[in-house]
Design a protein around this ligand. Structure first.
Ligand SMILES: NC(=O)c1ccc[n+]([C@@H]2O[C@H](COP(=O)([O-])OP(=O)(O)OC[C@H]3O[C@@H](n4cnc5c(N)ncnc54)[C@H](OP(=O)(O)O)[C@@H]3O)[C@@H](O)[C@H]2O)c1
Length: 278
């Protein structure tokens, strides 16, 4: 099997972290990005331009790769079609394995609407018969601070639901480990979470102590959540994704803290306080 690892999303937070880790390990990698002018400087990496929207270019970019790290596309109304086009292009190019960033609790009717996209993408990958590993990430710890409004309040229909958000650094560590030995993780699905099950009230409390200013959580009904986001004038599908990420917590669908980061990497996952202080 070719030892060449193709990595998408290297201009972004997760893909960039994966590429840096692979470079530190001396792995042979090719970064497949949409815009070569924004590709990070990664020692020893090949770079090539292609997007999921252009299957012919994407397939050509994957020529000779032994495994593809497929970072899920930025949220989009046709995201499943973009993902399936990328998967089909990889299969057409003869790539034997795909590692895909999915979402914890992905299901055809899961509350978090973007999780439904991930479920459909996973099923398509399986149906092609290509080798796969799915990384079902919990919400990213990195983004919790961005949920705080200008008035120091996190608002959403999360109630007292618990979730164990995970650091992108830990997801990247898992991905880099798997990409260098994909055969050992074939057909595995990992639920990647942080170490601590937290309610939004507890998240607010950790944010308060690290920031040194008060952050609180205010529960909203679904109707209140849609109404409070109307000011952004965003498309319905995007607002539904934002609101249902909280609703999924409230429904208990993200109530899982696993040992999968530890199992794959050998180190414990980061806490919210560690991510905020890093
Ligand atoms: N679990 C969570 O809490 C959570 C939160 C946010 C996002 N996510 C998902 O996790 C993914 C990775 O997170 P991140 O923080 O690394 O996001 P990010 O910083 O926005 O990076 C996304 C990367 O994917 C690339 N990309 C997006 N659409 C593409 C397409 N159609 N064709 C080719 N490349 C494409 C982007 O390229 P450009 O630089 O050219 O845009 C970028 O490099 C996101 O894309 C999203 O699907 C999960």
């Amino acid at each position: 099997m070719s030892d060449l690892i193709a990595v998408t999303g290297a201009t972004g937070g997760l893909g960039g972290r994966i590429a840096r880790r692979l470079a530190q390990s001396g792995a042979r990698q090719r970064l497949v990005v949409r815009d070569l002018s924004r590709v990070p400087r990664i020692e020893g990496a090949e770079t090539v331009q292609a997007s999921y929207e252009d299957p012919a270019a994407f397939a050509a970019a994957l020529d000779g790769a032994g495994v593809l790290m497929l970072i899920s596309a930025t949220e989009h109304p046709d995201r499943v079609a973009l993902h399936t086009a990328a998967v089909d292009a990889a299969v057409a190019a003869g790539v034997p394995r795909i590692v895909y960033t999915s979402f914890l609790g992905a299901g055809p009717e899961c509350t978090f609407t973007f999780g439904q996209d991930h479920w459909h993408t996973e099923r398509h990958i399986e149906e092609t018969g290509v080798g796969f590993t799915f990384l079902r990430d919990s919400l990213y710890l990195d983004f919790l601070a961005d949920m705080v409004g200008d008035d120091g309040v996190i608002r959403g229909p999360a109630g007292d639901g618990r979730f164990a958000p995970v650091a992108r650094d830990d997801v990247a560590a898992v991905a880099a480990t798997i990409l260098q030995d994909p055969h050992a993780h074939e057909s595995a699905t990992y639920d990647l979470t942080g170490p601590d099950l937290l309610t939004m009230t507890e998240v607010a409390s950790v944010l308060s102590s690290v920031r040194g200013s008060q952050v609180t959580f205010e529960n909203e009904t679904l109707d209140e959540a849609y109404a409070s986001r109307a000011k952004y004038d965003a498309p319905d599908w995007a607002v539904a994704g934002w609101v249902t990420s909280y609703a999924a917590i409230g429904a208990g669908e993200l109530d899982a803290a696993t040992d999968h980061v530890m199992k794959v990497t050998g180190h414990p996952p980061m806490t919210l306080a560690q991510v905020l202080q890093a």
